[in-house]
Design a protein around this ligand. Sequence first.
Ligand code: GLC
Length: 469
Amino acid sequence: MEPQLKTVIDKVVAEFAISDEFLRKATDKFIASMDHGLASGPSKEHMPMIPTYVTDIPNGKEEGLFLAGDLGGTNFRVCSINLKGDHTFDLKQSKYKIPLDLMKNSTSDELFSYLAAKVEAFLEEHHKDYKDNDHLKLGFTFSFPVYQTSLNRGTLIRWTKGFDLPDLVDKDVVELFQKHIELKKIKVNVVALANDTVGTLLSRAYSNNPDVTKSNTIVGAIFGTGTNGAYFETFDRIPKLDSSKFKGKGMVINTEWGSFDNNLTILPNTKYDEIVDKETANVGYHLFEKRVSGMFLGEILRVTLIELFKEDHIFVDLYKKRGGSLPHRLSEPWQIDGEVLSYIQIDDSTDLKMSELVLQNHLRLPTTKQERLVIQALTRAISHRAAYLSAVPLAAITKRVAPQYENDDKDFEFGLDGSVIEFYPGFQQAVMEAIKIIDPLKGSPKQIHLKIAKDGSGVGAALCASTAK
Ligand code: GLC
């Protein structure tokens, strides 16, 4: 890179750096924020820490046929899951893309009518005889912040991840889904409501046989379009819940860690992060998610590139050549998919020729070698920050639940799902590296393992449904 440009880029890259000291401090701050969220009602400052009414973690012996409907990103997934009672299951599934005009500028009735139609289409395709049988039980994975009041009741707190249908806020999402299922006369009862992270935790716990893996599953987490995690908390540490009403030792908590440190007391905050936040429908909320998850990585890169362009560091000739414009996928928000970054991340071809092709094909963006070097340096800085930040909640929860397993010598594992953790090159390694720096189990021989729990949320919703009366 030309020395002058390099000085500028080095400075920007440094803004995305995460120090070891930050990792340790942020982990303690995360634990404190968990306590606040478990003690008090909703506030912007602390994570919601939502009780899920799931009081048992599966042991792999659960049985039966259940349906799951999964809404949380760009697709609605319908599955039927036959739990075989031996840590295994059979799964049939179909994915339906959510039309963009049902995600915003529409009504919740239109969205849920679409979801019910897809449940019907799925049953027609995979379970033709369903009309002759009893009602099937469906677990609904709805991966947005919801205040749950029982296993199958919950109202939407706010939309995240680009959805925006204001009329659903404060309404019961199960009631609405059931209404549209009944309007279509489909023989299905929605008996459980689950976040995708809760589903991931339960499904990994179902598949995991601790006698074989020598590990207990302690967290279910998503690093995909959004990010969030769930874990099992003991009742004595959930002051906001009247635990006398429940059997057992505790309950699964949906942390909604996307909202960790919305007040920005510790999270890194660059001017690029501020610009991205202003472009979203939930300004000021889910600020941790906006630095970590797949929906935002491409946008942070795009905004950073545009700022460098405005300062005359890159794309100056391109702009002139085009008569005063930049390609629209660079000039308009949300046009760079995280997938594009994953190719650039690992490009080691001469002159970054592979990136040249990717940028041309995906963004219609012609680049010089200098520009590609800039793009790669920024991509790596942004994704490295995301991975290091991702380690914070995982390490914090590990530290927090360790006492629950005092008399158990098994290792700990996390059940993880989502495009970023599964596919982004080097992400898992970077997360592990940061966890090692934090060292949440200092002095203990226990190890920590990352496990991909692919499509866990559907199976998990079925497991929730299996516990419903
Ligand atoms: C967002 C949602 C959360 C979900 C996560 C992952 O953070 O608010 O409920 O679990 O995305 O899909």
